[in-house]
Write a new protein. Structure first.
Length: 335
């Protein structure tokens, strides 16, 4: 078997296994396949996800189910204004031995896990929010001057309420950039809500079973990074990310008039991984321009911002992203 044949076999096997995992998750998190796909995308890419939606839409249930199906050791932290960094990272305590000697012992916080749910992350103070920055990017934390390695793999799935602003602290741009994708969790449609009612108010509930192990997830992440990406897709990713930088020479007039600041190189890296993940979840061997179009909004929407004039006009950031992505994709397809 050649190296190419081996790669094809790995992708096909992994695609089938991901299909099983997705089915088990959607059995409990009903009618939100898009949300499930994006959450799995974050894990497959080795990144983190920001779940944005109102309370009661099942975000906590999704993370709990994901932890079981993917075989990850999970922790949950409810962020509040009085939460301190030590409540997340851990702290040193002074122990007294039977002989009277004393020594400091480190007590690990909930961040020492493989899947951390940061519930309502924007309710914590900036000081506490910043405690996650090093953890999310470098997979280590520094406590009392000593670097401590987190679990492997390590992923953060954070939630926040997009409506309620009282007692909240907006995440800084540097931390938003650490999230691979922003996952918008919307209200279900009527038929889906009916299915949810029937499935969750009886005396039985759908159960999740383990499909992956932590090591198998790490292996899947390596397979994803080895997936080939065509030159046309790479160029499209670069064109799309650079198109939203108002200071860029080739930026459109609408972008110059609308965007305050655009996405950086980390956005292009995230989009490169995300299009591979989408292809893998659909059982395809390589990503296409359609994958770039589909992943543009979740990857870019939290990495750029409208200026004051655009917000006053009621412009939509999501609409601008979709419009530009469609235009560039069409140009590439025609070429």
């Amino acid at each position: 078997m050649t190296q190419a044949d081996d790669m094809v076999a790995q992708i096909e096997t992994l695609g089938a296994k991901l299909g099983t995992a997705k089915q088990l998750i959607t059995n409990r998190f009903i009618g939100q396949e898009r949300v499930v796909d994006l959450t799995l995308t974050a894990l497959l890419c080795g990144g983190h996800g920001l779940l944005v939606g109102l309370p009661g839409l099942g975000k906590t249930l999704l993370v709990e189910t994901l932890s079981t199906v993917m075989g990850l050791d999970g922790s949950r932290v409810q962020f509040t204004p009085d939460l301190m960094p030590a409540d997340i990272l851990g702290s040193e305590v002074l122990d007294t031995a039977p002989d009277g000697s004393r020594a400091f012992r480190f007590v690990e916080g909930p961040v020492f896990c493989q899947l951390l749910m940061a519930d309502e992350i924007n309710r914590a103070s900036p000081r506490t929010q910043s405690a996650l920055l090093q953890a999310m990017q470098e997979k280590t934390v520094t406590v009392a001057g000593q670097d401590r390695t987190l679990g492997i793999p390590f992923h953060v799935l954070a939630t926040q309420n997009p409506i309620e602003q009282e007692g909240t602290y907006p995440l800084p741009e540097a931390q938003l950039d650490r999230f691979l994708v922003q996952i918008d969790v919307a209200y279900p449609d009527r038929d889906t809500e009916r299915d949810i009612l029937l499935a969750t108010t009886g005396d039985t509930d759908a159960q999740a079973t383990q499909v992956f192990t932590a090591q198998e997830l790490l292996d899947a992440q390596r397979v994803l990074r080895r997936m080939p990406v065509g030159d046309s897709v790479v160029e499209l990713i670069l064109d799309l990310v650079r198109a939203f930088r108002p200071e860029e020479e080739g930026a459109s007039e609408r972008v110059r008039d609308t965007v305050a600041w655009g996405p950086g190189p980390r956005a292009a890296q995230a989009l490169m991984l995300a299009v591979r993940a989408r292809a893998l979840l659909q059982g395809r061997l390589a990503p296409s321009a359609e994958d770039v179009l589909d992943m543009a909004r979740p990857v870019l929407s939290h990495r750029m911002a409208l200026n004051f004039a655009a917000r006053a006009r009621g412009d939509s950031l999501q609409g601008l992203i979709d419009e530009t992505a469609i235009r560039l994709t069409g140009t590439k397809a025609a070429a």
